[in-house]
Design a protein. Structure first.
Length: 381
């Protein structure tokens, strides 16, 4: 009897080809579209509806059952509320990581298991390997598309039940397979942006939920340079959109820190300014793929954002359960709220939320001091 796989179909080419490969491998495949966010963009288009229709067409092409499930409440409670709370703290969250942790590999998995599924499948570029009863998360073969970073906080239950059908392929191969089999989504462009925001204007979106207060832009030497439009619109290391062109040496300005209590945006000029660099960080709420901490001190590599190259680091466990990650060399724009993901060669070890950083130059420690938030919520629209 064929094993039953419930595939998360997003309406994109990756999950479409995943459906094709699973069916060819002899699985009983059921397509399931997760409706996590129901809202039209500024052009009156609901992308969730378009994506669902595309997924339905592919399922019809392949002759597999297709259903939609609504996870909007779970998404609001577990992901979007977290997203807003992090911005209130002056941090920059990664909701895509939390969506995988709470929705795709938790709520979706539980739903699939209640339907007697043997496995779930997703179109992520990542791989699972089993050794002696333990399930390891490996990077996808396509290093430019590898999504293990976003999967770094899922555990053994999920991995033991998950198949990544395209994880061993290059993106080019996925496109070629889709074209060869005339899959409806073969030429559909990849989605970009945060999962529920997509490609719309981020500042306009966040302004609907949080109150942005204008305040002073101050350089790290204490000079007032201008006004910012609200601290929620800026993240550490940001270069574009600060509005300080022509001031100073002519070099670009970068966001160096925030003071929520005084509503100040701190900036530094020049890509190599020491205020932009840190030498270590504290990570809170670490989650390990094997669900047990490795031996410390741990020599490994880390990514502090998705597209970053691996950084050699040394990791230690602190008494409070947080971890201390020391970099071999100073790193620019390590951002509180983002996820520090640890690797041992091709194996993803787990991920921790960046809580605070240790500056390269102690004079700039004040840039990242924890302060009470003063960002107010707006009523839900």
């Amino acid at each position: 009897m064929a094993k039953k796989v419930i595939l998360g179909m997003s309406g994109g080419v990756d999950s479409s080809v995943s459906a094709l490969l699973l069916k060819k491998a002899g699985y009983e495949v059921i397509g399931l579209f997760m409706k996590n966010w129901d809202e039209k963009d500024e052009y009156g288009v609901c992308t969730a509806t378009e994506d669902s229709n595309d997924a339905r067409r592919v399922a019809s092409q392949l002759g597999i059952p297709y259903y939609t499930i609504n996870f909007e409440k779970e998404y609001w409670d577990k992901v979007f509320t977290y997203f807003l709370d992090e911005y209130k703290k002056g941090r920059t969250p990664n909701p895509d990581v939390m969506c995988n942790q709470e929705i795709k590999f938790n709520a979706f998995l539980d739903y699939a298991l209640k339907l007697d599924a043997d496995y779930i499948a997703m179109g992520h570029y990542a791989q699972v390997e089993e050794k002696n009863g333990d399930y390891y998360l490996l990077r996808g073969k396509d290093k430019n598309k590898d999504q293990s970073y976003f999967l770094s906080r899922i555990g053994q239950k999920a991995l033991s039940k998950t198949i990544f059908p395209v994880g061993h392929l290059e993106k080019k191969q996925v496109r070629e397979l889709a074209e060869k089999h005339n899959i409806y989504t073969a030429e559909k462009k990849d989605s970009t942006g945060i999962c529920f925001i997509g490609e719309r204007n981020f500042d306009k979106f966040i302004d609907r939920y949080l109150l942005a207060k204008e305040g002073d832009i101050v350089d790290v030497d204490g000079n007032k340079l201008g006004k910012h439009s609200g601290l929620i619109h800026y993240t550490l290391g940001q270069r574009k959109g600060i509005g300080l062109g022509g001031i100073g040496t002519g070099e670009p300005w970068f966001v160096a820190g925030k003071n929520l209590k005084k509503n100040i945006l701190y900036v530094a000029q020049g890509n190599q300014h020491p205020a932009l660099y840190s030498v270590s960080m504290i990570g809170e709420s670490p989650k390990w793929i094997l669900e047990k901490a490795p031996k410390f001190p741990l020599k490994c590599t880390a990514k502090f954002r998705y597209r970053q190259s691996d950084i050699p680091v040394t990791v230690d466990m602190l008494e409070d359960g947080n971890i201390h990650i020391k970099y071999d060399n100073p790193v620019k724009a390590v951002t509180p709220g983002q996820v520090a993901v640890l690797y041992q060669n091709e194996i993803c070890l787990g991920g921790s939320i960046i809580e605070s950083i240790e500056p390269l130059d102690k004079r700039y420690a004040y840039l990242n001091e924890s302060v009470k938030n003063n960002i107010e919520s707006k009523e839900r629209l």
